[in-house]
Design a protein around this ligand. Structure first.
Ligand code: FE2
Length: 397
């Protein structure tokens, strides 16, 4: 072996040693700081991820003195040794300020008759405010097709201010081969940018149904009913979230007989019929649909559209129902080409905003919606904040 290769080998062996030693001594701590889910008038879910086996709780109260504790148990067992730490705060008051911090204890050894605990690690004290049906104003940001580039979200969130929550309109990731992708590309950055104090809602995209770990995504989010299609209210606005599924027929070879989206969309359609007949939906001041695939009433899906089947099936199952029920606005993505469509007489009754491409493309966009009084103000902007189109929807009821 030449001297040069001897030095290279020594260096590589040294690097390997320090890498493995570094992993071993990595201190117990957060993989992802706490993030809010499913914030409602009287409840909120707080999730976080630790780097080693843990048992956890949340301390909370109406001041930074905290004073109350919530610790989750199921089937008589406190949560322990689970991949995601979770606490559910209930009995909260609407329009009220809350402070909280998470606490996690490392479980160094978990035998049936011998459990060894390690250090306790606390988060910073965080703050949130519960919404109320009487809200006179609120705002949210919507992102789509970020495709594993969370810095895009950070840049926008830093620039925008005064928003109350974020809607992820699908394909925030390209696929899910490892659960660490969920943590690294969405959960950890969201928690560090905003989600410790403002929740995000996940609207699943077709890419997030791909990969060996796609079925684990639901473990990291909390949506009403523990499903990817759900409804929620924020102030006097009613939100419907749909899961548009995959684009090609379920029998397509690239899905390897592992998907069942036609049946799933039929199931959602049945659910949607009940939702649009509910008193909550009817009494809302505005109704907004969040989904991944664009849904237009009058669109003829092009024959060369790669996802023609899924696009057409979404239209068939949802478009008429939404159009006849008084929906005001639909936000979506997927095509990577931004587009805004307004209601047309005798055709479509709601506005559609399709977000643009992924952040590697020049046409990447985000949407901001501001509710105030009797108006929704909707603005579609390029990544750098430059306005593409802005419009106002007046409450008609
Ligand atoms: Fe997509």
């Amino acid at each position: 072996m030449s001297k040069k290769w001897l030095y290279v080998s020594i260096f590589l062996l040294g690097a390997l040693y320090f890498e493995s030693a570094g992993q071993h001594i990595r201190p117990y701590g957060f993989e992802a700081a706490p993030y809010l889910q499913n914030l409602q008038e009287k409840s909120v879910s707080i999730y976080w991820v630790m780097n080693r086996s843990s048992t956890s709780w949340v301390e909370y109260g109406n001041s930074s003195d905290l004073g109350r504790i919530s610790r989750n148990s199921q089937h008589g067992l406190f949560d322990a040794n689970l991949p995601v730490q979770k606490a559910y705060l209930t009995g909260l008051k609407p329009a009220t300020d809350y402070y909280y911090r998470t606490a996690s204890v490392e479980i160094q050894q978990y035998g049936a008759y011998d459990v060894v605990f390690g250090d306790t690690v606390y988060s910073e004290v965080k703050f949130f405010r519960t919404p109320t049906a009487k809200l006179s104003e609120f705002s949210f940001l919507a992102f789509n097709d970020v495709h594993d580039r969370p810095a895009f979200i950070e840049d926008v969130v830093e620039r925008e201010s005064g928003f109350d929550f974020v809607a992820y309109l699908g394909d925030i990731m390209g696929h899910i081969d490892y659960t660490d992708q969920i943590i690294s590309n969405v959960i950890r950055p969201s928690a560090s940018f905003f989600a410790g104090e403002k929740p995000f809602y996940w609207i699943r995209g077709n890419h997030e149904a791909r990969g060996s770990q796609a079925r684990k995504l639901i473990d990291y989010i909390d949506a009403p009913g523990n499903r990817y299609y759900y409804a929620f209210e924020w102030g006097p606005v009613y939100f419907i979230v749909l899961d548009s599924g995959e684009g090609q027929p379920d029998t397509n070879q690239h899905y390897f007989s592992l998907v069942d989206f036609d049946n799933y969309r039929r199931e959602q359609s049945m659910w949607l019929k009940d939702v649009v007949e509910s008193s909550e939906f009817h009494s809302a001041k505005f109704r907004i649909v969040l989904t991944h695939f664009p849904i237009y009433l009058s669109e003829v899906v092009a024959r060369d559209e790669i996802h023609r089947h899924g696009r057409a099936h979404n239209q068939e199952k949802f478009a008429s129902l939404l159009n006849e029920s008084g929906v005001d606005l639909l936000l979506c993505g997927h095509t990577h080409r931004y587009h805004v469509a307004h209601p047309e007489e005798n055709v479509t009754n709601f506005h559609v905003v399709v977000g643009g491409g992924n952040p590697a493309q020049a046409n990447s966009t985000y949407t901001r919606v501001d509710f105030s009084g009797d108006q929704l103000n909707v603005s579609l902007r390029y990544y750098d904040g430059k306005l593409i189109e802005q419009f106002t929807i007046d409450a008609s009821r």
